[in-house]
Design a protein around this ligand. Sequence first.
Ligand SMILES: Cc1cc2nc3c(=O)[nH]c(=O)nc-3n(C[C@H](O)[C@H](O)[C@H](O)COP(=O)(O)OP(=O)(O)OC[C@H]3O[C@@H](n4cnc5c(N)ncnc54)[C@H](O)[C@@H]3O)c2cc1C
Length: 459
Amino acid sequence: MNRKAFLKKSALAAGGVYFLPQFLLSCKKESPFEDLKFNGTVGIVGAGAAGLYAAYLLRKSGIPVEVFEASDKIGGRIRTLEGFADFPIDLGAEEIHGERSLWYDAVREAAPEFITADLEDIYYFNGVKYTGNEFENSPEYAQISSIIDAIAEYNGSDISALAYANVQQLPENLIPFFNAWVGNENGTDISRIGMAGLAQAEREWTAGEENLMMRNRDTLSVLLELFAIAIPSVKLNTPITNINYEGGKVVLTDNEGNTFMKDRVIVTSSVKVLFDQLIEFVPSLPSLHLQAISNIGMGAGFKLILKFEEPFWPANTGSIYIPGPVPEFWATGDGGRSAANNVLTAFGHGSYAEALLQSPSTMIEAILDQLDDCFGGITASSRYVDHYLMNWTAQPYIRGTYSYPIPGTSNDARALLSEPVKDKIYFAGEACARNGHHGTVHGALESAFFAIQQLVQTP
Ligand SMILES: Cc1cc2nc3c(=O)[nH]c(=O)nc-3n(C[C@H](O)[C@H](O)[C@H](O)COP(=O)(O)OP(=O)(O)OC[C@H]3O[C@@H](n4cnc5c(N)ncnc54)[C@H](O)[C@@H]3O)c2cc1C
């Protein structure tokens, strides 16, 4: 089971109404906004999905815009590893979560081929390797599924998902699978994610149940193609460290003391960058915004790409679940992406990621041991050739993978964060997404749209 199955099992329980304004459906239209009341200049902090789409919308509307990007790359949490295998590998966003979203529609415009093969997962449970078909027909699988199904209706006290699993008396040996689907997929581990926010997100999700992966394109190439008109506006290697909105103009200052004057600013930095106060706001942000920032979780996470001499997993393998240091692996090249098909992705979050990332030198050994446990003997370790570690926590202006609800908070913090400050500072990015769409590309794009809509319609 992967996020697709998780979404299938638990999303839309409340039958969320699909609402996608018409302007989002076509990338070809000129300005999507009928009523432009603003005619000044805009600065955008960050050239990830939200920042690029915001710049694209402004350029289409004829509004001068400059995008300040701290790193030397466009794309933020969308990045590609080239040359490691016989196909480009997504180091960040990879799947299109749902068939009713702006991102889905935009990707369709780029006309990639999607993976259509029926991928089968592998489970290692109580020392035995099971095919997806075998495990998914077991009483254990039914037990986990039933407690995942019930998440959307959860209305008890705001405990962690781990506490919830314990209340539901999920046996210890099933916890790793529950963690893989509920914790890891949501950007952390089950001890850190809050049930109220998780349930709220499940109820509000409107993006549909399909989970799609492109067979012949990487995510970054599609993003750059779709929003190409925004690219000339991007200024790389320009970390913004101070935003002063005291006067008539907003003054942005970078790490070298260069200043840029704009009428309005959209900040798309990750919520962890905001929490860590890498940008000083003058005056300080309102307390509601500060509270919202501290009520949204974001922490450690990585993708580790492992290359082997040859595959030791069956063709058309999907995910591989083995209790141990990595909650989930998947066969990255399957479904027709790669002829050699000799690459696995290891995906870890939260305390699992922290433990492994503490010691990169022993990390690979521990992970190969985990794979050997499942596939027998030294099947994995004897075929290991190389790896590439994408440690998102170590990216200085990203600092993690994606946001999640922490116990004791609600996702309403996301709407509060996206309230404009004095009609000068606007926030966007995946952490501001509504409808439970945080942690996704479509959530980042939707948040940018709503920020620009507010900005251009305010005189
Ligand atoms: C490992 C991983 C797997 C994922 N898988 C999926 C998936 O399968 N499907 C999916 O839909 N989503 C997935 N996501 C989530 C998705 O990638 C993000 O939600 C989305 O890309 C976030 O876009 P953003 O614009 O909000 O933020 P970002 O991509 O973080 O962009 C913000 C940009 O701002 C820059 N910045 C920050 N602060 C400053 C500053 N002070 N000055 C200048 N620049 C600054 C940063 O360098 C960054 O480039 C995944 C993410 C990760 C990390």
